[in-house]
Design a protein around this ligand. Structure first.
Ligand SMILES: Nc1ncnc2c1ncn2[C@@H]1O[C@H](COP(=O)(O)OP(=O)(O)OP(=O)(O)O)[C@@H](O)[C@H]1O
Length: 254
């Protein structure tokens, strides 16, 4: 089936003073895929994401989101995307239900807080404040809030950083669920196992340039075809498997 392109980035450049953080990158994201931006610290992933999210000005280049040109219709783009807020974006005196009601009012979108919290395994926290949540719960809540305006695309910037293996896997399942319900997901991560598990395609960004873009499988196959061999014998399991086998897969944060 022909894939529909939902994001097109062409020759994108971002300069901070004399420093060029993004050096003319181009890529496309297809509708309903999970697309990853991978790269070391400072590669330019967040800058790229924030430009597409309309939160940061670009220096040059073209960005189209669902047929809308970033230069001409940033407000149109804002309406169809969901962006994770930093923790400072949540009013400290409101509980989770009240926060959802607040966003729902701001977006003018009716949302049932109970149903949304249930979907993200947070029904017991309906009257808790954001700051009272564990790391995993905070991430789940912030992903839940990206869905309030019923976006076509959500952007997740390092959603599992700092989480334990159980919470990470739980979040992976939730991200897959969000995609299965029709949302396109753009994610940045430093965890290659995460990208391999979640992403349909990923771009590897280094020093402001895209150095590879493909499915994780194809990237691995290309490396092996080039004669790469692992130095160590590959074991049937890794330390994370040991950890999860011994401590279980159930979430521990409650
Ligand atoms: N507001 C700013 N002013 C000046 N330089 C900036 C600014 N924001 C980012 N940079 C620089 O641009 C480069 C790219 O930063 P960016 O945050 O996009 O990278 P990243 O790939 O998301 O990194 P990380 O994985 O650490 O989040 C870095 O060298 C960073 O120091």
């Amino acid at each position: 089936m022909e894939k529909r392109t939902i994001i097109t980035v062409k020759d994108l450049v971002k300069q901070y003073g004399d420093f060029t953080a993004v050096k003319g990158i181009s890529f496309e994201v297809y509708e309903n895929e999970i697309f990853g931006l991978l790269g070391p610290n400072g590669a330019g992933k967040s800058t790229t994401l924030e430009i597409i999210e309309t939160l940061r000005d670009k220096t040059s280049g073209q960005v189209m989101v669902d047929g809308m040109d970033l230069d001409k219709d940033p407000n149109g783009i804002k309406k169809i995307i969901g962006v994770q807020l930093q923790s400072s974006g949540y009013y400290p005196n409101l509980n989770l239900t009240e926060l959802i009601d607040l966003f729902s009012g701001l977006y003018n979108q009716p949302v049932d807080p109970k149903e949304l919290l249930q979907r993200f395994n947070l029904e017991d926290k309906a009257t808790a404040k954001y700051k009272q949540l564990s790391g995993g719960q905070k991430q789940r809540f912030s992903i839940a809030t990206t869905l309030i305006n019923k976006p076509k695309i959500i952007f997740l910037d390092e959603p599992t950083t700092g989480l334990d293996p159980q919470a990470r896997r739980n979040l992976w399942e939730l991200i897959q669920l969000v995609r299965s319900q029709g949302t396109t997901v753009v994610i940045t991560t430093h965890y290659m196992d995460e990208a391999e598990f979640l992403c349909d395609r990923c771009a590897i960004v280094d020093k402001g340039e895209i150095i590879a873009i493909n499915s994780p499988d194809a990237l691995i196959d290309n490396l092996v075809a080039g004669g790469f061999e692992r130095q160590k014998e590959v074991k049937q399991a890794n330390l994370e498997d040991v950890f999860l086998h011994m401590t279980g897969r159930a979430l521990r944060e409650e």
